[in-house]
Every structure is written in structure tokens, then in C-alpha cells.
Design a protein around this ligand. Structure first.
Ligand code: HAM
Length: 431
């Protein structure tokens, strides 16, 4: 037997019945993001691998274990430099920052509020809620001297408003602060000191993370690591007065905006670029992959990628996780069409095909059966497409120069004269 193909592991087809739900989420997002004055940006789905390593950190799990590399690694470029190759984007913050720098947005506007909706790729072990191709709705607010407690709180509130607009209720917002780059380096020193006495109780992976990137131990899902973390007291001893004040201000604005949040000192996020405010939103009905979205401030990334000193904050929500969290409350439905045309006989089919194209030209969603079949089976098709109206044309109607119009909801039928049918149809459909 011929081999038949399955989609690659960790990817999924989004089938026609599911697409309206995706569209609803995308349209709602675009509407709300425009209300907050965000502008859409579309960047390539692959970039130089080095861009991701430099932004997320070469010791982050994403860069170490999950990059989906394309060809070109170690090949020499025009200057004879070894290239890091190209990789599918695991996230979009780095690409947006690359585009921001390349287009000198910092010279053109004080604050660039950008959003994106699109696929991301991570070579993770697939499981429920964890895919290799998944989709994010994300925002990045980037601008020189733009760090402000109002902006941080607004970005968090925006992520909450988006989730609410999709109909989600059961989620929690966790926030923390990592402080400035200097505070972060203090934080890692303090963390090493506190974890050191329990070093031998850590998982093998976390023993390696201890020197390389101690923050990753706080993200670990391994029970051994979780037990160690539960024993140590982290608190905010690493913060400067200024960073502490900034965090207090963000919390105060969040409270003013009516956003419910919990503080979590172990929330550090798995990517290296974060500074100051970080947050994560978890769905209470989801299993182990419970993060609906996450984000935070990253005041050094633009500079680290070759731009000027520019502050930034953003987040990304995972669409598949949102759909999983919604799946109890939504049912997928066929999208209705305006009109289905039933033709009975060869001559009627010719006339019906002409009418079908006239209907489409004036904007009615419409369809017909392209093969001759009985009235009953064509009616079934009209039902399947949830047509609001059906036009029936048979020999009789052709001879009389009319068509039958049936309202599928009321069952009411009317004869329409062929030469004026569009005009009369317009009146009826408007009602
Ligand atoms: P992240 O936490 O890596 O952050 O991903 C954000 C969201 O994407 C997650 O909360 C989750 O909903 C979804 N997600 C991530 N990986 C997968 C996966 N394998 N399968 C399904 N969904 C997934 C970022 O990507 C940052 N760029 C967010 C950000 C923007 N920070 C600042 N600006």
C-alpha cells in the first residue's frame, strides 16, 4: 500500500469548521489592539539563528533544546565569517526588535506600539497544549525613555482584556520584578548562595543550570527542584531602591485599573532579556501546560542587538492554549451562506450558474451543486451550508422566466421575475 502522510508531530491542521473561531479571536484582537493604538507588524518566519541566541540567551531552554534550524549552519558568508544559519522563529520579540532597529523607529517616534499574530516554532516534545508550530498574539511597546509604571500596568491590563474579550474567566495573573541588569546580577548571586546547601538535591539538569543560568532552576518543573525552591526564601533583597519603587508604582496602577494579580517571587521567565516587570497568565482549567500568555519589560534588548538604549515591554498569548481553555464553552458551527441555488436539469443549471456569478458580483455569499442531482439531495446541501435562502430553478421556472425563492427559516416561498430578481432579493434580504 502507498504510504499516507500525517502532519509533522506537534503540528495540526486548522480545519474549515475551526477557522471561524480562529477568525473571531484574530478579529477581536485586532479590534482591541487598535483601540489601544497598536499597529500591526509582520516579520519573516525565519531569521538568523544568532538573533535568537543573542536575545533569548544561549543558555535558555528554547535556544539550547528547541530551535528548529534550517540549512546554512557553519557555512561561510561573503566576509568569510561562519554563519549561525537560519532558524524558524521560536517567538517574535527578537524579530520585532530587529525590524525596529533596522528601520530606525527610535528616530521616528517616541513610542512604537506594535502587534503581531502568527505562527511560532519550537522543537519541543509535543503534548496537550504544547506544539511545535503554535500561534501567538503579541505586542511590543518600544521607545527611548518609555519605561513607565502606567505603560507596564496598561500592557498587563491589555493582555487581561484580550483574554476576557474571548470569553475567558478562569485565569490568574502572576507578576514579579527582576529589577535592573545590576539587580539581576545581584539576584543570581543571592540565588546561588541560597541554593548551594541543597545542590545535591537538585535534578541533574538543574545542577548544570546552577553555574550556567541559575534562574532556570526557578522555572524547573522537576519535583526535586520544586522541593528545593520551596525551602529557600527569595524575596526582593536584590532590588535597588529605585527598582523597588518602580515595582510598587506598577502594582498601584494595576490596582487602579482593577486588575487582579498575585505576586510570585519565583516568577523569573525562561528568556534572558527580561528586566524589571515580568508577568504570566495561567489558565486554571488547563493541565501542566497552563500558561495562556506571558511577557515583561526588556530594557536592554534593543541595545544588545545593536540598537540604541531603548526601553521596551511586551507579551504574547498562545492561541491554541486559549482555544483549549475555551473548548468547554464553545461549539464549532458551519458559517452560514446567504443563498444556495438549486438547479433541476441541464438548461436550469446553465441559468443557475449565471445567476450564481451575478449574486457573487453584488456580494452575496452563495453556492450551488456543480453536479446534477435530485431536489432532495440539493436541499440537504443547502442545509449543510446553513443557507438563509434557496433559489430553485427548474424547467417550469425557465419557461415562465422566473425563479422560486425560499426563506429557509420561515419556509415561505416567492416567485421572482428573472429580469428584476436582484432588486427584489435585495429588499427581501434587508428585512
Ligand atoms: P513565552 O512565555 O515563551 O514568551 O510564550 C508566550 C506564550 O506562547 C505562552 O504563554 C504560551 O501560551 C504560548 N506557547 C509557548 N510555547 C508554546 C508551545 N510549544 N505550544 C503552544 N503554545 C506555546 C514569549 O514568547 C515572549 N516573546 C513573550 C514576550 C513578548 N515577552 C515580551 N514580549
Amino acid at each position: 500500500m502507498e504510504k499516507y502522510f500525517l502532519p509533522p508531530r506537534g503540528t495540526a491542521d486548522i480545519l474549515p469548521l475551526e477557522v471561524p473561531l480562529w477568525e473571531e479571536i484574530e478579529n477581536m484582537s485586532r479590534r482591541i489592539l487598535r483601540i489601544y493604538n497598536y499597529k500591526e507588524i509582520r516579520t519573516p518566519i525565519f531569521e538568523e539563528t544568532e538573533l535568537f541566541a543573542r536575545s533569548m540567551g544561549s543558555t535558555s531552554d528554547v535556544v539550547q533544546k528547541q530551535m528548529l534550524n534550517l540549512a546554512g549552519q557553519n557555512q561561510k558568508d561573503a566576509e568569510g565569517e561562519k554563519s549561525s544559519g537560519l532558524s524558524l522563529r521560536p517567538e517574535n520579540t527578537a524579530s520585532v526588535v530587529r525590524a525596529y532597529i533596522q528601520n530606525s523607529f527610535d528616530k521616528k517616534e517616541q513610542l512604537s506600539k506594535l502587534f503581531y499574530i502568527g505562527p511560532m516554532f519550537r522543537g519541543e516534545r509535543p503534548q496537550k497544549g504544547r506544539l511545535r508550530q503554535f500561534h501567538q498574539i503579541g505586542v511590543e511597546a518600544i521607545g527611548p525613555n518609555s519605561a513607565s509604571a502606567y505603560l507596564d500596568a496598561e500592557v498587563i491590563a491589555l493582555s487581561v482584556n484580550l483574554l476576557k474579550s474571548f470569553g475567558l474567566k478562569d485565569f490568574k495573573v502572576k507578576i514579579n520584578t527582576l529589577g535592573s541588569e545590576e539587580d539581576k546580577s545581584n539576584f543570581s548571586k543571592i540565588l546561588r548562595e541560597k541554593i548551594k546547601p541543597y545542590f545535591s538535591d537538585l535534578s541533574e539538569d538543574s545542577q548544570q543550570r546552577f553555574e550556567r543560568n541559575v534562574f532556570r532552576i526557578l522555572d524547573s518543573k522537576d519535583k526535586k527542584d520544586k522541593d528545593v525552591i520551596a525551602k529557600i526564601d527569595i524575596k526582593h533583597s536584590y532590588l535597588s531602591e529605585e527598582s523597588r519603587k518602580y515595582y510598587e508604582d506598577v502594582k498601584a496602577v494595576l490596582t487602579d485599573l482593577g486588575v487582579d494579580y498575585e505576586e510570585s517571587d519565583s516568577l523569573v521567565r525562561g528568556l534572558d532579556y527580561y528586566t524589571h516587570t515580568v508577568f504570566e497568565i495561567t489558565g486554571t482549567s488547563l493541565g501542566s501546560q497552563d500558561a495562556l500568555g506571558a511577557g515583561g519589560r526588556y530594557n536592554n534588548l534593543v541595545e544588545n542587538l545593536g540598537g540604541s538604549k531603548v526601553d521596551a515591554i511586551g507579551f504574547a498569548l498562545g492561541i491554541e492554549r486559549i482555544l483549549l481553555a475555551l473548548s468547554q464553552n464553545v461549539c464549532v458551527k458551519e458559517t452560514p451562506i446567504d443563498i444556495f441555488i438549486i438547479a433541476l436539469g441541464e438548461n436550469a443549471a446553465k441559468q443557475a450558474f449565471k445567476i450564481l456569478n451575478e449574486l457573487r458580483n453584488v456580494g452575496y455569499s452563495s453556492d450551488m451543486s456543480y453536479k446534477a442531482s435530485s431536489l432532495k439531495s440539493q436541499m440537504r446541501l443547502a442545509d449543510k451550508f446553513k443557507a438563509r435562502f434557496v433559489i430553485i430553478i427548474g424547467e417550469d421556472e425557465l419557461n415562465k422566466n422566473i425563479m422560486l425563492l425560499r426563506n429557509m427559516e420561515t419556509g415561505e416561498q416567492k416567485e421572482l421575475a428573472l429580469e428584476r430578481y436582484l432588486e427584489i432579493l435585495g429588499e427581501i434580504i434587508k428585512q
